[in-house]
Design a binder for this molecule. Structure first.
Ligand code: UDP
Length: 320
């Protein structure tokens, strides 16, 4: 089976391409390289194009049996300031991609969704049945595509899996690919950069949350655990089971302070830091109930927070 990996030159997409190849799939990467990097696609066929370009998409879609869609903007704060950019790409262009798949007869679609679809969760850990009430345009854009997929499944038989990621982190064990955001806003790479003396001091956004140590709790999931879940989800989509919407997290939350302590342990260096005000829109705790993904996919997140931090550290040192 040949899979069109849209956004395959990005962080999570590049790990998914390698997981697909390890499982014997053929891969074509389609990426506009706006936030992706050519070298993350090394060794794969790369077509440089935008998902807003239906003619270019249609040409490559003819050669594909399934689509994995990673090509989205993913900064919550930016989505609040510039919602137009988010709705234009993550909704309008995503629909162009979906319609092109439909028109070309491709009926298997694996979608990068997000725990941002839940907004401020009713319960933590969060099961898939929690109401989906996003509180920012990024989450709203992901929910729109989930809804479109559900409707396309009922009306046109589009088989899909919406995979709701919690906090993707870490890097491939090889040290060859990893996280590379410009600007970087995520906790683990910023803490590592601060430890390496390369970045600014780490700002700890809020120490007065209703959590055990007052800092926010998140569910960090290794990018290769995510990548493997995508391959398993594609297998399910191919079997024509029920449409899937699954949380991908470990079920274990760590506070910002616990992450900083882990970074200090792994690097053997201090993380220079300062206490900063809460960041707008950050809920106190987001942790997945991922039992459903484990049951349906037969998947287990295998890598610990230590492995997340040590692979991210290896990747950062390789690029230094
Ligand atoms: N965070 C922080 N300082 C930073 C970046 C993040 O204290 O420089 C906190 C943030 O408030 C959140 C957690 O770390 O509670 C994870 O944030 P990140 O941006 O990595 O992922 P998000 O949860 O926003 O997807």
């Amino acid at each position: 089976m040949r899979v069109l990996v849209v956004g395959g030159a990005g962080y999570i997409g590049s790990h998914a391409t390698r997981a697909l190849r390890r499982h014997g799939y053929e891969v074509i990467i389609y990426d506009n390289l706006s936030t992706g990097y050519k070298f993350l696609a090394d060794g794969f066929e790369l077509i440089t194009g935008d998902i807003a370009d239906p003619a270019k998409l249609a040409e490559v879609m003819k050669r594909a049996d399934a689509v994995m869609h990673f090509a989205a903007h993913a900064y919550v704060g930016e989505s609040v300031e510039n919602p137009r950019k988010y709705f234009q790409n993550n909704v309008e262009a995503a629909l162009t991609l979906l319609n092109t798949a439909l028109d070309t007869g491709v009926r298997k679609f694996v979608f990068s969704s997000s725990c941002a679809v839940y907004g401020v969760p009713l319960t933590v850990p969060i099961p898939e049945s929690n109401p989906r009430q996003p509180v920012n345009p990024y989450g709203a854009s992901k929910l729109f595509v989930e809804n479109a997929l559900e409707a396309y499944d009922r009306a046109y038989g589009m088989r899909f899996a919406s995979l709701r990621y919690f906090n993707a982190a870490g890097a491939d064990e090889s040290g060859e690919i990893g996280e590379l955001h410009e600007p970087e806003t995520h906790l683990i790479p910023l803490a590592l950069a601060a430890a390496a003396g390369k970045g600014a001091k780490l700002q700890v956004f809020g120490t007065d949350y209703p959590t055990p140590d007052g800092t926010c709790v998140r569910d960090y999931i290794h990018v290769n655990d995510l990548a493997e879940a995508h391959v398993l989800a594609l297998e399910q989509v191919t079997k024509e089971n029920e449409p899937l919407a699954l949380n991908l997290g470990t079920g274990q939350g760590y506070s910002v302070m616990e992450v900083i302590n882990t970074v200090e342990r792994i690097t053997g260096r201090a993380v220079p830091r300062s206490i900063a005000p809460r960041r707008a829109g950050d809920p106190p705790a987001l942790v997945a109930d991922s039992k459903r993904a484990q049951q349906v996919l037969g998947w287990r997140p295998r890598r610990s927070l230590q492995e997340i931090v040590s692979t991210a550290w290896k990747w950062m040192q390789r690029r230094a």
